[in-house]
Each structure stands twice: as C-alpha cells, then as structure tokens.
Design a protein around this ligand. Structure first.
Ligand code: COA
Length: 168
C-alpha cells in the first residue's frame, strides 16, 4: 500500500538515494539539498511502502513579478521522482495529486513545471497557461496550472530560487 506524507528530516538520507536512483545522477538530489539549505522549499511529500520511502515531490517558492511590481506567490514543482522498481504503479500520479491538494490548501495561485507534456497534461498543466510568462524556459515542456483562474494571463517575470542556478 502506498501512503503519502510530509517529508521529515530523518527521511533525507533515504530520499537522496531514491532521487539519485530515479534520475540516474546526483544533480536533482543536489538541487533538493540546495533548496532546503536556502529555505526556498514550500513543502515536500514522500510516498512510502511499508515505511520505506519510494517517491518524492518538492514544491519551492516561485515569485512571479508583474509589470506593476506586484508579486504572484507561485510554486515550482521540481523535482518529482519514483524509485525505478516502483514506477508505473500510479505513485507519481498520487504524489502530484496530493501536492496539488496541498497547494490549493495553501492558496498557492499557480504551479509551474518543466517536464514531459504527455505526463503533466494529465494533471491539468498546460503550456498555454505558462506562455505569457517571461522565464528562462519556453515551449511545450514549460507548463503551468492556475488555481486562481487567469492569474498568469497578464504575464510576469519568473524568479527561480538561486538553487536552480538560472538567470533571474
Ligand atoms: C516520471 C515519474 C515520476 C513518473 O512516476 P510513476 O509513478 O512511474 O508514474 P505513474 O505510475 O503515475 O504514471 C505512469 C504513466 O506515466 C507515463 N510516464 C512516466 N514517465 C513519463 C515521462 N517522462 N513522460 C511521459 N510519460 C511518462 C508512463 O508511460 C505511464 O503511462 P500509462 O499510464 O499510459 O501507462 C517516474 O517515471 C520517474 O521518477 N522518472 C525518473 C525521474 C523523472 O524523469 N522525473 C520527472 C521530472 S519532470
């Protein structure tokens, strides 16, 4: 049985191994460490099987600055992963579903993701919603979902946390 719960510091070591195994490299695990260290994590969830962590999703602060200087306090979804031997069992979908619910509870107006359109479109993300934004990314892989309908339509400048190492 898969359960989804908040990440606690005692999970960090096991999650590091899950993230590294899922991506086949350390880059994403290092990104997670930097986001935690910088205090830019909004929340993290773990998927567990019998108390063993098998999946992870992280949401970080993603301010979007409108032309009038006001700020949309959006979230970035990254990274998402499931341990290779547990993939294709719906755990990724469960993590996204639980993450979306938590974002709604926290009144986060929009979530931005860079990922495979075929996967994220299932959950309501669209490249069209992200198109008005000025960001280091564009195209079909750069997607958004609005919980506050129309909040992204007038655009704004996306400010990724320093941990991503992107131009700001
Ligand atoms: C992407 C990932 C999190 C999906 O988790 P999962 O638990 O295997 O996914 P689910 O069981 O919820 O969904 C499986 C479905 O998604 C599809 N899918 C999985 N990864 C996909 C991808 N990268 N692109 C498109 N579709 C994908 C599968 O083909 C499957 O399709 P089906 O339902 O038509 O059979 C997992 O495969 C993973 O950890 N991959 C390596 C890390 C990664 O690439 N993370 C995404 C960063 S954006």
């Amino acid at each position: 049985m898969t359960a989804i719960r908040s990440v606690v510091p005692a999970d960090h070591g096991a999650l590091d191994a899950v993230i590294t195994a899922a991506f086949g490299q350390r880059d994403e695990a290092d990104l997670v460490e930097r986001l935690r260290r910088d205090g830019d994590v909004l929340f993290e969830l773990a998927a567990t099987h019998d108390d063993t962590v098998v999946g992870h999703i992280l949401f970080s602060r993603l301010p979007i600055i409108r032309d009038d200087g006001s700020v949309i306090a959006a979230a970035s979804l990254a990274p998402l992963c499931v341990r290779p031997d547990c993939q294709n069992q719906g755990i990724g979908a469960d993590l996204i579903g639980a993450g979306m619910n938590e974002c709604r509870k926290r009144c986060i107006p929009a979530v931005i993701v860079l990922g495979d359109p075929d996967y994220y479109q299932r959950f309501g993300f669209s490249a069209a919603a992200a198109r008005p934004l000025a960001a280091p990314f564009s195209g079909p892989h750069f997607m958004a979902i609005e919980f506050d309908s129309g909040v992204l339509k007038d655009g704004g400048k996306v400010r990724y946390p320093a941990a991503f190492g992107l131009p700001g």
